[in-house]
Design a protein around this ligand. Structure first.
Ligand code: ADP
Ligand code: MG
Length: 337
């Protein structure tokens, strides 16, 4: 996807500011869920890096098949079974993502909801590139889903990972946490191969471990309005920076921009927010909460800061005004090159 490719260059260019400080650096780019994933490791062990990358590539291929919300695979089979009132047994990975989704749904007051796949599909986001000019779904179709209140808590999972739903309107879509999960998987594999200093960047959403030859990794936070970064950060040890936005996947219809984050309470795409960013050690949590913050909007995003005891989060509204927690504001100031 072009949008992602552009952002990769942006982040790469920003990180390049400190590249001169360096020592050996291994780097490789892969693709998962239509997103370019850039892996960088500050290591001189090229063979460990290469082994790790082969394993990551294989895992990404499996994930792409198992977790895709609309291409044939395990998740689509599970969603079909749910719609037909049947029980379906899934991988440990899907079972875990369901559990985490249910937990995030509860803690975000339903703003993060991985069970609203039917709404995401109805709004035209179950395609690689959203079709521009596509008419929104009818009020009646939206109301049918809303009345059924699809929720990850409608699912029960037994000890053999067999999933049964009490609600046929549930359709899982892990788009809100897929990148966080992919980044975690990549970091786990790098560590297994004893690579302790690395950065995994999925289209500007990233996690770092360790340092870049004795210095922090320097990264840019995506600007929702175009090129360049909206903030810069020095990150090190084990931190994830995730931004969800209404700027990459959208459909323009009759002068209105409908973007891919849906408010589960209205069944409609969120308006009024350009992006939300969360910094946290857990990439999946950062990804989920960033999505939920877009839904919460300018008036309620602080509810999520409180619910997750976040120190570092940021929201950019549609007028470009930046709202940040104080620790993140201070940190961005200190990190400016
Ligand atoms: P990005 O992938 O651009 O970083 P997000 O992490 O916010 O964006 O994920 C957005 C995706 O999450 C959508 O494309 C859709 O698949 C799914 N989604 C949309 N609305 C919600 C929601 N309210 N809760 C959970 N997932 C959602
Ligand atoms: Mg997300």
């Amino acid at each position: 996807m072009l949008a992602f490719a552009r952002k990769i260059i942006l982040i790469g260019a920003i990180m390049g500011l400190t590249a001169c400080s360096s020592g050996p650096m291994e780097q490789r780019t892969l693709m998962v869920f239509g997103t370019l994933v850039e892996v960088m490791a500050a290591t001189d062990d090229a063979s460990a890096f290469s082994d790790a990358m082969s394993e990551i590539e294989q895992r990404f291929q499996t994930m792409h098949r198992d977790l895709h919300a609309w291409k044939p695979g395990m998740l689509v089979d599970l969603n079909n079974a749910i719609a037909n009132g049947e029980t379906f047994c899934v991988s440990d990975e899907i079972a875990e993502l369901i559990r985490r989704s249910a937990e995030f749904e509860q803690l975000t007051g339903g703003r993060f909801n991985a069970a609203i796949g039917k709404l995401v599909g109805m709004w035209g986001f179950h395609t690689d590139e959203p079709v521009q000019g596509r008419a929104p779904p009818s009020f009646l179709d939206i109301a049918k889903v809303l009345e059924a209140k699809p929720s990850a808590s409608d699912l029960s999972i037994d000890e053999r990972n067999c999933v049964t739903s009490s609600n046929p309107m549930v359709a899982l879509d892990f788009g809100g946490i897929a990148k966080g999960h992919a980044v975690n998987v990549a970091i786990d594999i790098l560590r297994k191969h004893r690579i302790e200093n690395a950065l995994v960047n999925a289209g500007g959403d990233l996690r770092v471990i360790g340092m870049k030859h004795g210095r922090p990794w320097h990264i840019g936070i995506k600007n929702p309005f175009g090129e360049g970064a909206i903030g810069e950060l020095d990150v090190l040890e084990d931190e994830s920076v995730f931004t969800s936005g209404n700027y990459e996947r959208f459909n323009d219809y009759e002068g209105v921009r409908y973007a891919h984050i849906i408010d589960p309470s209205t069944g409609r795409p969120v308006m009024g927010v350009a992006s939300a960013t969360v910094v946290h050690p857990d990439a999946v949590l950062a990804d989920a909460v960033a999505t939920a913050m877009v839904v919460a909007g300018v008036t309620r995003w602080k509810d999520l800061v409180a619910a997750f005891k976040l120190r570092q989060a940021m929201l950019v509204d549609e007028d470009g005004q930046i709202h940040t927690t104080t620790p993140l504001r201070e940190r961005m100031k200190a990190s400016r090159k």
